[in-house]
Design a protein around this ligand. Structure first.
Ligand code: AMP
Ligand code: MG
Length: 434
């Protein structure tokens, strides 16, 4: 298998022989706990290291490859947080009023140019530079103004309403850390430093295809027994949301020669290859033989529902995820295994977990102990403001509508049995809650 020179590895090469796994005492490919599968996958991932410089606007969603260090103090000058008067605290009286002469003004962008002598103050607006000598801002509502004089009462604290230079960020301080995906606030922060470009990791390239003789793509006429491919479209959507560069390789028939060609092409073109279908019992055998030839892939039966079969490994330099064929299983296994792996491969550090918390469940949930279940839920707020979750209707792994209606997974742990209404359950938030 040819090595793709564009796929880089960090110095401390994390890839080890997947086959070593079979020697571990607690390794049972036919009953893999969800957490164990995640742990194994994480051990073999080698994040992208190539970087590129992008303009600040284009950096939205990209992963920072270097810390952004502040080249200046933010704010650059001591400035006023209020409209009012800049004064010397020593001129104010603790026991009564004092009248000061207004020596001039300091507006945002137009600082006071003179010197503020003792007994004087300066009219100042929000954002205006605090003149040398002034250490306290008195709000305009707290003074009596009369022509060029203002009278200020007691009770003002030294330093009040004054934003110190460097209070947000000092020169040389890390403004943003390597490994984060940039959000609008970060883009604003970078701009506030006068920085126009940042170094980000190149996008992860992900190739994917669907396998199955029964599948046709949109636009074709399904013959008897054929169905429209949906997995490729959900996978495309999920990858796009993760800011990956996608390479859609279409539908591949269950034919060893065609599959071999597709796997090889995908692996040399991308960092990651994702397929759906062809890994379930009965279908997996010839795929197994094929992948044994092309790379190093393990086939697992995960102790989860839905989404039992999962193939994972390397084909050449590419990471490979063989997802089950059922449309719901595809999405569940993607969110539970592939999402975190792709974020790690993209350079995210730390990888943010999907938000998970406990809420009362208003439905009765059927559940047999023995597997972790990912039921599809609808998280909503009742009129009193309390969040609860209910299950979407039928939970079959082929019913994609259950995913479409859902905005969360209800995660039921392995040992859990049926759940009565009102019980607290773990929910993992997907898109669409807000
Ligand atoms: P498989 O894992 O290939 O045995 O497929 C399991 C089930 O998922 C079968 O009913 C397939 O028809 C269905 N399926 C497989 N791939 C797709 C796909 N790309 N889009 C929609 N359904 C699929
Ligand atoms: Mg199939």
């Amino acid at each position: 298998m040819r090595k793709d020179a564009s796929i880089e590895r960090p110095m401390n090469e994390p890839v080890r022989d997947l086959r070593e796994l079979s020697c571990a005492d607690d390794y049972d490919p036919n009953s893999m706990p969800v957490a164990k599968a995640r742990e194994v996958i994480a051990r073999f991932l080698s994040p992208v290291t190539a970087t590129e410089r992008v303009g600040v606007r284009a950096a939205l969603g990209r992963v920072l490859a270097e810390d952004v260090v502040s080249p200046l103090d933010v704010p650059a000058h001591d400035n006023s947080a209020m409209d009012g008067y800049a004064a010397r605290h020593a001129d104010l009286r603790a026991d009564g009023e004092v009248t000061l002469k207004v020596a001039g003004s300091s507006f945002a962008g137009a600082p006071f140019q003179g010197t503020m002598k003792p007994g004087e103050c300066v009219r100042i607006m929000t954002g205006g530079v605090v003149p040398p000598g002034a250490d306290t801002i008195v709000m305009q509502e707290h003074v009596k103004a009369d022509k060029d004089r203002v009278t200020i009462g007691k009770g003002h604290r030294k330093g009040q309403n004054l934003r110190k230079a460097g209070e947000d960020l000092a020169t040389g301080q890390i403004a943003l850390k390597r490994g984060i995906a940039l959000r609008p606030a970060d883009i604003g922060l970078i701009s506030s430093l006068g920085v126009g470009e940042v170094t980000v990791y190149r996008k992860l390239r992900v190739a994917f295809f669907s396998t199955g003789d029964e599948l046709v793509s949109i636009g074709a006429q399904p013959k008897e027994g054929q169905i429209f491919d949906s997995n490729r479209y959900t996978i495309h959507g999920m990858l796009t949301r993760l800011d990956c560069e996608v390479l859609d390789m279409g539908v591949v028939r269950d034919d060893p020669a065609l599959l071999e060609k597709a796997f090889s092409e995908a692996a040399s073109a991308a960092d990651v290859v994702i397929t759906s279908g062809g890994v379930s019992v009965g279908e997996a055998d010839f795929v197994k033989v094929l992948l044994d030839k092309l790379g190093e892939v393990v086939f697992w039966k995960i102790a989860m529902k839905p989404g039992r079969p999962l193939a994972y490994g390397k084909i050449g330099s590419a990471h490979f995820f063989g997802l089950p064929g059922n449309p719901v299983s595809v999405m569940v296994t993607f969110y539970q295994f592939v999402r975190d792996a792709l974020l790690q491969l993209s350079g995210r550090d730390p990888v943010p977990a999907l938000p998970t918390f406990k809420v009362p469940c208003t439905s009765t949930l059927k559940k047999a102990p023995g597997r972790t279940e990912f039921q599809r839920g609808i998280l909503s707020q009742d009129p009193a403001g309390t969040w609860t979750v209910r299950v979407t209707g039928e939970q079959g792994s082929g019913i994609l509508r259950s995913m479409s209606e859902a905005n969360c997974f209800i995660i039921l742990p392995t040992d859990q049995g049926n759940v009565a209404p009102g019980a607290l359950v773990d929910v993992q938030v997907l898109e669409g809650v807000i």
